[in-house]
Design a protein around this ligand. Structure first.
Ligand code: PRT
Ligand code: MG
Length: 205
């Protein structure tokens, strides 16, 4: 049995067609049901659909053999116990620093609001900039506007969300897209089955 963990939300809609092209289908009744473990057209493959941030956790601990999640989430989680095998090139965006003006970044200790605390800390440390990272779970764009922080680290696609909140994109930290990851133990014990799936997906990208 192979278990694949998918991120619900915007990544899911772009993942299902990729899986279908590789020969894996989930019936609409399954997708629309309240079940958390979904059957597929294949007897030996099950799919679980969970929050994006939980995908690397399930894969790291072997509760799922394969996972699909954003590079943002994977960077934040760390590479412990999992291998990144494929860039799926979907749900693309950029991890960026944004603020009301570039002057805001000129601080002895920069206050940064973000959901990506590890990525933010690593980025500013690598630049030799001292920072205080404030963890938020959403609406990061609000933080500089209400004086909670000097800047934010967040995902940017069109830039419309930043603009609507009076923020400008400043530093580019990382290009983000969704990646296929594999549990490192499963990669050994189920190597052939996993390799076949990865190749089938890759061939249809
Ligand atoms: O809702 P939940 O907390 O479970 O998770 P989530 O909200 O993180 O999930 P979801 O469905 O939004 O998917 C998030 C994943 O999609 C991220 O981990 C990325 O890998 C990927 N992705 C790609 C994005 C974006 N593009 C994106 N633009 N995730 C979020 N955004 C947001 C961004 O945070 C900002 O608020 O969209 C806004 C910016 O968009 P623009 O176009 O206005 O710049
Ligand atoms: Mg969401």
């Amino acid at each position: 049995m192979l278990t694949i963990a998918l991120s619900k939300g915007r990544i899911l809609n772009q993942t299902l067609p990729l899986l279908k092209k590789a020969g894996l289908e989930i019936a609409n009744e399954e997708l629309n049901s309240r079940k958390l473990i979904l059957d597929t057209n294949l007897d030996d493959v099950k799919v679980i659909i969970i929050r994006a941030t939980d995908v690397p956790v399930f894969v790291q601990h072997g509760a799922a053999d394969i996972g699909i999640a954003g590079k943002d989430v994977l960077l934040e989680h760390g590479a412990n116990g999992l291998f990144e095998l494929l860039d799926l090139g979907i749900a693309k965006c950029k991890l960026m620093v944004a603020a009301t003006s570039d002057k805001q970044l000129e601080q002895n200790i920069l206050k940064v609001a973000t959901k990506y605390v590890n990525s933010a800390r690593n980025y500013f440390e690598s630049k030799g900039q001292s920072c205080e990272v404030i963890k938020l779970y959403g609406a990061m764009e609000l933080a500089p506007v209400v004086g909670l922080s000097h800047c934010i680290v967040d995902l940017v696609d069109t830039g419309n969300t930043l603009k609507a909140n009076g923020l400008i994109p400043l530093d580019h930290i990382e290009n983000i897209s969704s990646r296929l990851v594999v549990n490192s133990a499963s990669f050994k014990t189920k190597n052939l089955q996993i390799k076949n799936w990865v190749e089938a997906i890759e061939d249809n990208l």
